[in-house]
Ligand binder design. Sequence first.
Ligand code: CA
Ligand code: CA
Ligand code: CA
Ligand code: CA
Length: 676
Amino acid sequence: MHRLAATFLIALALGGLAQAQTQDRPPLPDLLQQAGAATSRGAPDLTGLDASPTREQQLPLFRAVMAAPLEAPYRAGVLGDFLRDAAGSPRELISLAGAVWGARLHRPVNSLMATTEARLRAAPDPLAAGLAWMASTKAGAGWEPVLPDHAQLPNPLRYEVARVLATMAQSHQFLQRAFERFPPGVTPQLLRRQALDDRLTQFETPDLRQLLPLVEREAVLAGMLDLVGAVDRLQRFVKGEAALPSVAWSLQTPLGWIVVDTTGRNNRHRLKDPLLVLDVGGDDDYEFEAKSDTHKISVLLDHLGNDSYRAAAPGADPSSATLGYGILWDTEGDDRYQGTQQAQASALFGAALLVDGGGNNRFVASSRSQAHAIAGLAVLVSGGGDDEFTAQTYSQATGGPLGVAMLVDTGGNDRYTLAKLPLVRPSPQLPDRNTSMGQGAGYGLRGLFFDGRSTAGGMGLLLDMAGNDRYEAQVFAQGAGYYEGLGMLLDDGGNDHFEAAWYAMGASAHYAAGILLKRGIGNDVYRSTHEMVLGTGNDFSVGVFVDEGGDDDYTVGQLSLGVAFANSTGLFVDGAGNDRYTVMSPTCRALGAADLHEWGTPRESLPNLGLFMDLGGVDSYPAHCARAANNSLWAGPRTWPRLDLRSEAAAGVDGQWPLPFALRLMTRPAVPAAPR
Ligand SMILES: [Ca+2]
Ligand SMILES: [Ca+2]
Ligand SMILES: [Ca+2]
Ligand SMILES: [Ca+2]
């Protein structure tokens, strides 16, 4: 992709949009008028966000969604299209994740390697040259490796391996740079306890929250881009090489193990601190032991075979990173991934990548996994097979403080489960089941539960590009935001099934934003057993839900389907099809409603906007929800009808209208322009 994606995305997040003002497009003027918010652009009051002590950590795209919720579907769609174009290039995906992270970097892939390559080619032995840098690290002072001869590890494979190792030298330095402002005493063990186990004691130093502003994002991103570029080239080399020599070689270096096995055997690898593992051929069984606190970079490339990857301890698998980089790249086959906490693309101060090129895969972990990031980037990309993702909590595209996590699945009929049980992290809303916080979730830390000091959240984005998929979760999931965080679930086609309990499917709480965008004409099922789903926000938040087409089935409890609570914006849009709406609560606080948790506070005069739109088809509405009907426009219920309060602005519309916003780029040429 040569469209300077990073620059464009920043422009998308920060700048004005080229299209006409969405609120001026029908049926929005009538709908806003009916709600009593004719002049509104749909945003909640942003004073609290602007005054946040962690203002600098709020991500640009999150800010943009909060400032203009009616433009959020377009922004989400465009981001989805960029990711779709980039799905074949993990380096490009990392680059986009970095742009969303707010790291401004222009780092073309070709120019940078030239000097390294020239040096390796000029050296008598590229492998020796590729490893030489280790002797100048603290761990490797004076190290002199015993290397295989050219018969045991011949060129060009020898050169390609050396090339990755030489790239690591630079990435290693970028890591130093990224965290050089940290005080002494910051270790992976300390960070895991504070950030992943939530065991931070009052007045403890270092304090994770004080470290966040000290991270140099550009350095984290630069080192990862180089590393991913190098691994990408290595995998293209092994894929393209008709007759690889049969090599079985391993070496313990001061920075971890190097293992090269191209024999095609079914290997059983038991690894601690892998630096670079290349295995070609065979059905392999990997077991990863707990990483040492000093271990920073792990790369594993497996080509061919149905493989099994097991992490015996939190953070042990190569696609996890703490104060470092981790890459696990499996080119094909039906693979199985098994982990506990912090596994399968999980970054904690650093960057993590898991690429699975195809086959029917199973991903199993407990928490902080399957694309989870705090103070870093995590990307998991899986191919066109039928995949199964299972975890308990904080997994499947979850961005914590200063984190961007993306799970991209390019096709197949996939199944995403954040299980109710076993109970590892009881939900405050429903203590008999886990908090899900995943399938596209961005979360911050709310000080209420600790010392009163809160921290902005990051972004989690799940993009499923095709297939009939099944999403099952509990509380906070499927496009959910929590405390200055942004969660997005984009599903681009198929007949899908979504199931959750509370705060899901485009929902958010406490200065946060959640978006679910379902594109295409699939017939989808959305079910919630409790409340706050399908375009709802609570406490200065934004919840956006858009289903583009198809005959859909919606079942909810209450406070759902375009509902604003406590000075928020809730937006529900179904674009077409014959749909069925079921609301289980007898009061029917749904289908366009705005409410406050208490009256008699200044919140009464702040905006609070709930909008419901069904823009086509003949639909079925519940009999006890008397306002909603086919071909009509209705106002939401008001507790204080004579006061005309902005905090009770709500309305719904059913009729035949085009969507008032685009869900994809509008000007994209059908045929690429000829080069000039
Ligand atoms: Ca495989
Ligand atoms: Ca898939
Ligand atoms: Ca789908
Ligand atoms: Ca529909």
